[in-house]
Design a protein around this ligand. Structure first.
Ligand SMILES: Cc1cc2nc3c(=O)[nH]c(=O)nc-3n(C[C@H](O)[C@H](O)[C@H](O)COP(=O)(O)OP(=O)(O)OC[C@H]3O[C@@H](n4cnc5c(N)ncnc54)[C@H](O)[C@@H]3O)c2cc1C
Length: 299
Protein backbone atom coordinates (compact mmCIF):
# COMPACT_ATOMS: atom_id res chain seq x y z
CA UNK A 1 0.00 0.00 0.00
CA UNK A 2 1.46 3.30 -1.13
CA UNK A 3 3.30 4.51 -4.23
CA UNK A 4 6.04 6.45 -2.47
CA UNK A 5 9.65 5.34 -2.08
CA UNK A 6 8.59 2.67 0.43
CA UNK A 7 5.81 1.17 -1.69
CA UNK A 8 7.70 0.96 -4.96
CA UNK A 9 10.92 -0.17 -3.39
CA UNK A 10 9.00 -2.97 -1.63
CA UNK A 11 7.23 -3.76 -4.92
CA UNK A 12 10.54 -3.98 -6.77
CA UNK A 13 11.90 -6.54 -4.32
CA UNK A 14 8.61 -8.44 -4.14
CA UNK A 15 8.34 -8.55 -7.95
CA UNK A 16 11.88 -9.86 -8.32
CA UNK A 17 10.97 -12.54 -5.78
CA UNK A 18 8.02 -13.38 -8.06
CA UNK A 19 5.40 -12.54 -5.43
CA UNK A 20 3.15 -10.72 -7.95
CA UNK A 21 2.87 -7.47 -5.98
CA UNK A 22 0.02 -5.06 -6.56
CA UNK A 23 0.73 -1.43 -5.61
CA UNK A 24 -2.21 0.69 -4.48
CA UNK A 25 -1.11 4.22 -5.25
CA UNK A 26 -3.30 6.21 -2.90
CA UNK A 27 -4.06 9.83 -3.73
CA UNK A 28 -0.45 10.87 -4.10
CA UNK A 29 1.36 8.99 -6.84
CA UNK A 30 5.07 9.02 -6.00
CA UNK A 31 4.40 9.95 -2.37
CA UNK A 32 5.75 13.05 -0.65
CA UNK A 33 8.97 12.92 -2.65
CA UNK A 34 6.96 13.85 -5.73
CA UNK A 35 6.06 17.13 -4.03
CA UNK A 36 9.53 18.51 -4.17
CA UNK A 37 11.21 20.06 -7.19
CA UNK A 38 14.60 18.41 -6.82
CA UNK A 39 16.01 15.66 -4.64
CA UNK A 40 19.72 16.01 -4.21
CA UNK A 41 20.39 13.51 -1.46
CA UNK A 42 19.21 10.28 -3.06
CA UNK A 43 22.33 8.29 -3.96
CA UNK A 44 23.06 7.64 -7.61
CA UNK A 45 22.01 11.07 -8.92
CA UNK A 46 25.06 13.34 -8.63
CA UNK A 47 23.19 16.22 -10.29
CA UNK A 48 19.98 15.65 -8.34
CA UNK A 49 16.72 14.32 -9.71
CA UNK A 50 13.22 15.78 -9.89
CA UNK A 51 11.00 14.49 -7.09
CA UNK A 52 8.25 13.46 -9.51
CA UNK A 53 10.82 12.02 -11.91
CA UNK A 54 12.34 9.86 -9.17
CA UNK A 55 8.85 8.57 -8.36
CA UNK A 56 8.33 7.65 -12.03
CA UNK A 57 11.67 5.85 -12.11
CA UNK A 58 10.77 3.86 -8.98
CA UNK A 59 7.47 2.90 -10.58
CA UNK A 60 9.01 1.97 -13.93
CA UNK A 61 11.66 -0.21 -12.31
CA UNK A 62 9.14 -2.12 -10.16
CA UNK A 63 6.78 -2.57 -13.12
CA UNK A 64 9.66 -3.78 -15.29
CA UNK A 65 9.84 -6.82 -13.01
CA UNK A 66 6.09 -7.37 -12.97
CA UNK A 67 4.64 -5.16 -10.23
CA UNK A 68 1.12 -4.00 -11.07
CA UNK A 69 -0.01 -0.47 -10.27
CA UNK A 70 -3.62 0.16 -9.27
CA UNK A 71 -4.65 3.80 -9.14
CA UNK A 72 -6.80 3.62 -6.06
CA UNK A 73 -6.81 4.21 -2.31
CA UNK A 74 -7.59 1.65 0.35
CA UNK A 75 -10.35 2.81 2.63
CA UNK A 76 -10.50 -0.21 4.93
CA UNK A 77 -8.60 -3.40 5.71
CA UNK A 78 -9.45 -6.64 7.44
CA UNK A 79 -6.33 -8.16 8.92
CA UNK A 80 -8.16 -10.62 11.18
CA UNK A 81 -7.50 -13.56 8.89
CA UNK A 82 -5.57 -14.47 5.78
CA UNK A 83 -5.77 -13.72 2.99
CA UNK A 84 -5.93 -10.13 4.20
CA UNK A 85 -8.72 -8.04 2.70
CA UNK A 86 -8.07 -4.56 1.38
CA UNK A 87 -11.06 -2.59 0.19
CA UNK A 88 -10.50 0.28 -2.18
CA UNK A 89 -12.96 2.65 -3.80
CA UNK A 90 -13.67 0.35 -6.71
CA UNK A 91 -12.29 -3.06 -5.84
CA UNK A 92 -11.50 -5.54 -3.06
CA UNK A 93 -8.08 -7.13 -2.94
CA UNK A 94 -6.96 -10.32 -1.24
CA UNK A 95 -3.33 -10.49 -0.18
CA UNK A 96 -1.15 -13.22 1.30
CA UNK A 97 1.05 -10.53 2.78
CA UNK A 98 0.60 -6.81 3.12
CA UNK A 99 3.30 -4.15 3.20
CA UNK A 100 2.08 -0.85 4.55
CA UNK A 101 3.90 2.08 2.96
CA UNK A 102 1.22 4.71 3.42
CA UNK A 103 3.69 7.32 4.66
CA UNK A 104 2.85 10.40 6.62
CA UNK A 105 1.60 13.84 5.85
CA UNK A 106 3.13 16.94 7.36
CA UNK A 107 0.58 18.86 9.36
CA UNK A 108 -0.46 21.85 7.30
CA UNK A 109 -1.31 25.35 8.39
CA UNK A 110 -4.34 25.15 6.06
CA UNK A 111 -4.07 28.74 4.97
CA UNK A 112 -4.38 30.45 1.62
CA UNK A 113 -1.33 30.01 -0.65
CA UNK A 114 0.05 26.98 1.16
CA UNK A 115 -0.83 24.31 -1.40
CA UNK A 116 -0.04 26.52 -4.41
CA UNK A 117 3.40 27.55 -3.15
CA UNK A 118 4.59 24.20 -1.75
CA UNK A 119 7.90 23.53 -3.50
CA UNK A 120 8.02 27.22 -4.53
CA UNK A 121 9.21 28.66 -1.25
CA UNK A 122 7.03 26.66 1.13
CA UNK A 123 8.61 23.49 2.47
CA UNK A 124 8.17 20.87 5.17
CA UNK A 125 11.69 19.45 5.03
CA UNK A 126 14.82 21.42 5.90
CA UNK A 127 17.28 18.59 5.16
CA UNK A 128 15.75 18.40 1.70
CA UNK A 129 15.19 22.00 0.75
CA UNK A 130 17.41 24.10 3.05
CA UNK A 131 20.14 24.34 0.42
CA UNK A 132 17.81 26.18 -1.97
CA UNK A 133 17.68 29.08 0.45
CA UNK A 134 21.34 30.03 0.37
CA UNK A 135 21.65 33.68 1.49
CA UNK A 136 17.86 34.01 1.59
CA UNK A 137 15.46 35.21 4.24
CA UNK A 138 13.66 32.25 5.79
CA UNK A 139 10.78 31.88 8.24
CA UNK A 140 10.22 28.75 10.31
CA UNK A 141 6.83 28.11 11.90
CA UNK A 142 6.61 25.95 15.02
CA UNK A 143 7.70 25.74 18.61
CA UNK A 144 8.72 22.14 19.17
CA UNK A 145 12.07 20.38 18.97
CA UNK A 146 11.86 19.76 15.24
CA UNK A 147 11.07 23.41 14.46
CA UNK A 148 14.08 24.65 16.42
CA UNK A 149 16.37 21.87 15.23
CA UNK A 150 15.44 22.50 11.62
CA UNK A 151 15.71 26.27 12.06
CA UNK A 152 19.26 25.84 13.33
CA UNK A 153 20.02 23.55 10.39
CA UNK A 154 18.76 26.16 7.90
CA UNK A 155 21.17 28.77 9.35
CA UNK A 156 23.89 26.94 7.43
CA UNK A 157 22.39 28.38 4.27
CA UNK A 158 19.99 31.22 4.93
CA UNK A 159 21.04 34.79 5.66
CA UNK A 160 18.43 34.95 8.43
CA UNK A 161 15.95 32.57 10.04
CA UNK A 162 12.91 33.99 11.84
CA UNK A 163 11.03 31.56 14.06
CA UNK A 164 7.34 32.38 14.26
CA UNK A 165 5.49 30.77 17.13
CA UNK A 166 1.89 31.20 18.21
CA UNK A 167 2.77 31.20 21.92
CA UNK A 168 5.23 32.91 24.23
CA UNK A 169 6.76 29.64 25.46
CA UNK A 170 8.33 26.88 23.43
CA UNK A 171 7.73 23.14 23.76
CA UNK A 172 11.26 22.57 22.48
CA UNK A 173 13.91 21.36 24.91
CA UNK A 174 15.79 24.11 26.80
CA UNK A 175 19.09 23.30 25.13
CA UNK A 176 17.62 23.86 21.67
CA UNK A 177 15.96 27.05 22.82
CA UNK A 178 19.27 28.24 24.20
CA UNK A 179 21.10 27.43 20.96
CA UNK A 180 18.47 29.17 18.88
CA UNK A 181 18.49 32.29 21.08
CA UNK A 182 22.28 32.49 20.98
CA UNK A 183 22.50 32.05 17.22
CA UNK A 184 23.31 35.34 15.46
CA UNK A 185 21.18 34.48 12.41
CA UNK A 186 18.05 33.48 14.39
CA UNK A 187 15.35 35.81 15.65
CA UNK A 188 11.82 35.27 16.96
CA UNK A 189 8.34 36.59 16.43
CA UNK A 190 6.17 35.26 19.26
CA UNK A 191 2.43 35.15 19.96
CA UNK A 192 1.96 35.30 16.22
CA UNK A 193 0.38 33.15 13.53
CA UNK A 194 0.76 33.14 9.76
CA UNK A 195 -2.65 33.78 8.22
CA UNK A 196 -1.78 33.88 4.51
CA UNK A 197 1.09 33.01 2.19
CA UNK A 198 1.49 35.59 -0.53
CA UNK A 199 3.10 35.08 -3.95
CA UNK A 200 2.28 34.16 -7.53
CA UNK A 201 5.05 31.89 -8.87
CA UNK A 202 7.01 31.88 -5.64
CA UNK A 203 6.64 32.92 -2.05
CA UNK A 204 7.02 36.66 -1.60
CA UNK A 205 5.58 37.52 1.80
CA UNK A 206 3.54 36.29 4.75
CA UNK A 207 0.57 37.86 6.40
CA UNK A 208 1.00 37.69 10.17
CA UNK A 209 -1.38 38.24 13.03
CA UNK A 210 -0.41 38.87 16.63
CA UNK A 211 -2.79 36.70 18.66
CA UNK A 212 -2.60 39.00 21.70
CA UNK A 213 -3.06 42.41 20.09
CA UNK A 214 -4.79 41.34 16.87
CA UNK A 215 -2.31 43.48 14.88
CA UNK A 216 -1.81 42.33 11.29
CA UNK A 217 1.44 42.84 9.38
CA UNK A 218 3.08 41.79 6.13
CA UNK A 219 6.45 40.09 6.48
CA UNK A 220 8.64 39.69 3.40
CA UNK A 221 10.44 36.35 3.12
CA UNK A 222 11.89 33.98 0.52
CA UNK A 223 11.17 30.74 2.32
CA UNK A 224 8.68 29.31 4.79
CA UNK A 225 9.36 26.03 6.58
CA UNK A 226 6.41 24.56 8.45
CA UNK A 227 7.21 22.21 11.34
CA UNK A 228 4.04 21.82 13.32
CA UNK A 229 4.00 18.04 13.34
CA UNK A 230 3.51 15.00 11.11
CA UNK A 231 0.51 12.74 10.87
CA UNK A 232 1.16 9.16 9.78
CA UNK A 233 -1.42 7.91 7.28
CA UNK A 234 -2.35 4.93 9.41
CA UNK A 235 -5.89 5.65 10.56
CA UNK A 236 -7.36 2.73 8.61
CA UNK A 237 -5.22 0.27 10.63
CA UNK A 238 -6.49 1.51 13.98
CA UNK A 239 -7.45 -1.34 16.35
CA UNK A 240 -5.75 -3.86 14.03
CA UNK A 241 -2.08 -2.86 14.06
CA UNK A 242 -0.24 -1.73 17.17
CA UNK A 243 0.75 1.91 16.99
CA UNK A 244 2.56 4.51 19.04
CA UNK A 245 0.55 7.29 20.64
CA UNK A 246 1.38 9.42 17.62
CA UNK A 247 -0.01 6.82 15.22
CA UNK A 248 3.22 5.33 13.87
CA UNK A 249 2.84 1.59 13.27
CA UNK A 250 5.01 -0.40 15.66
CA UNK A 251 7.48 -2.71 13.89
CA UNK A 252 10.47 -4.76 14.96
CA UNK A 253 13.81 -4.63 13.17
CA UNK A 254 12.43 -6.91 10.46
CA UNK A 255 9.57 -4.52 9.71
CA UNK A 256 7.10 -7.01 11.18
CA UNK A 257 3.95 -5.66 12.81
CA UNK A 258 1.94 -7.42 15.51
CA UNK A 259 0.00 -9.26 12.77
CA UNK A 260 2.05 -12.07 11.17
CA UNK A 261 2.23 -11.42 7.43
CA UNK A 262 1.71 -7.67 7.72
CA UNK A 263 4.78 -5.47 7.44
CA UNK A 264 5.10 -1.71 7.72
CA UNK A 265 7.92 0.50 6.51
CA UNK A 266 8.90 4.07 5.70
CA UNK A 267 7.20 7.05 7.24
CA UNK A 268 4.11 5.08 8.32
CA UNK A 269 6.38 3.36 10.83
CA UNK A 270 9.31 5.74 11.17
CA UNK A 271 9.10 9.00 13.12
CA UNK A 272 12.88 9.48 13.10
CA UNK A 273 14.55 9.62 9.68
CA UNK A 274 11.87 10.55 7.15
CA UNK A 275 13.98 10.47 4.02
CA UNK A 276 13.58 8.91 0.59
CA UNK A 277 16.65 6.74 1.00
CA UNK A 278 15.70 5.45 4.45
CA UNK A 279 12.09 4.82 3.41
CA UNK A 280 13.17 2.96 0.27
CA UNK A 281 15.57 0.91 2.39
CA UNK A 282 12.86 -0.03 4.85
CA UNK A 283 10.50 -0.92 1.99
CA UNK A 284 13.11 -3.26 0.56
CA UNK A 285 13.67 -4.83 3.99
CA UNK A 286 9.91 -5.38 4.42
CA UNK A 287 9.66 -7.13 1.06
CA UNK A 288 12.66 -9.36 1.79
CA UNK A 289 11.05 -10.33 5.08
CA UNK A 290 7.67 -10.90 3.40
CA UNK A 291 9.40 -13.22 0.95
CA UNK A 292 10.98 -15.18 3.81
CA UNK A 293 7.64 -15.31 5.59
CA UNK A 294 5.93 -16.88 2.56
CA UNK A 295 8.84 -19.23 1.90
CA UNK A 296 8.75 -20.47 5.49
CA UNK A 297 5.06 -21.24 5.10
CA UNK A 298 5.53 -23.30 1.98
CA UNK A 299 8.38 -25.39 3.46
C1 LIG B 1 8.12 18.93 0.26
C2 LIG B 1 8.97 17.72 0.65
C3 LIG B 1 10.24 17.63 0.18
C4 LIG B 1 11.02 16.52 0.51
N1 LIG B 1 12.28 16.45 0.01
C5 LIG B 1 13.05 15.38 0.30
C6 LIG B 1 14.38 15.28 -0.21
O1 LIG B 1 14.88 16.16 -0.93
N2 LIG B 1 15.10 14.16 0.14
C7 LIG B 1 14.60 13.19 0.94
O2 LIG B 1 15.30 12.19 1.17
N3 LIG B 1 13.36 13.26 1.45
C8 LIG B 1 12.58 14.33 1.15
N4 LIG B 1 11.33 14.44 1.70
C9 LIG B 1 10.85 13.35 2.56
C10 LIG B 1 10.45 12.13 1.69
O3 LIG B 1 9.62 12.55 0.63
C11 LIG B 1 9.74 11.07 2.54
O4 LIG B 1 10.60 10.69 3.59
C12 LIG B 1 9.38 9.83 1.73
O5 LIG B 1 8.61 10.17 0.60
C13 LIG B 1 8.59 8.83 2.59
O6 LIG B 1 8.29 7.74 1.79
P1 LIG B 1 7.06 6.76 2.08
O7 LIG B 1 6.91 5.95 0.85
O8 LIG B 1 7.25 6.06 3.36
O9 LIG B 1 5.80 7.69 2.28
P2 LIG B 1 5.11 8.82 1.30
O10 LIG B 1 6.14 9.38 0.42
O11 LIG B 1 4.41 9.65 2.28
O12 LIG B 1 4.13 7.95 0.43
C14 LIG B 1 2.99 7.42 0.97
C15 LIG B 1 2.18 6.79 -0.14
O13 LIG B 1 1.08 6.10 0.43
C16 LIG B 1 -0.08 6.40 -0.30
N5 LIG B 1 -1.23 6.20 0.58
C17 LIG B 1 -1.59 6.88 1.68
N6 LIG B 1 -2.75 6.40 2.18
C18 LIG B 1 -3.11 5.36 1.36
C19 LIG B 1 -4.21 4.47 1.34
N7 LIG B 1 -5.20 4.54 2.23
N8 LIG B 1 -4.27 3.54 0.34
C20 LIG B 1 -3.27 3.45 -0.60
N9 LIG B 1 -2.21 4.28 -0.59
C21 LIG B 1 -2.13 5.23 0.36
C22 LIG B 1 0.12 7.83 -0.78
O14 LIG B 1 -0.71 8.10 -1.91
C23 LIG B 1 1.59 7.79 -1.15
O15 LIG B 1 1.75 7.28 -2.44
C24 LIG B 1 10.51 15.51 1.37
C25 LIG B 1 9.22 15.61 1.85
C26 LIG B 1 8.43 16.69 1.49
C27 LIG B 1 7.02 16.78 2.00
Amino acid sequence: MGSGPTGYSAALYAARAELQPVVLTGMQLGGQAALTYTIENYPGFPDGVGGAQLGELFQKQAEHFGAVTEFSSAHSVDLSQRPFKVKSDDEDYLADTLIVGTGASPTHLNISGEVELTGRGVSYCATCDGWFFKDKKVVVVGGGDSALEEALFITRYASSVTIIHRREEFRASPILQHRAREHPKVDFILNTIVTEIVGTDKLEALKLKNVKTGDETIYEADGLFIFIGHIPNTQIFKDQLEMSDLGYIKVNDKMETNVPGVFAAGEAADPHFRQVVTSAGMGAAAAIQATRFLEAESE
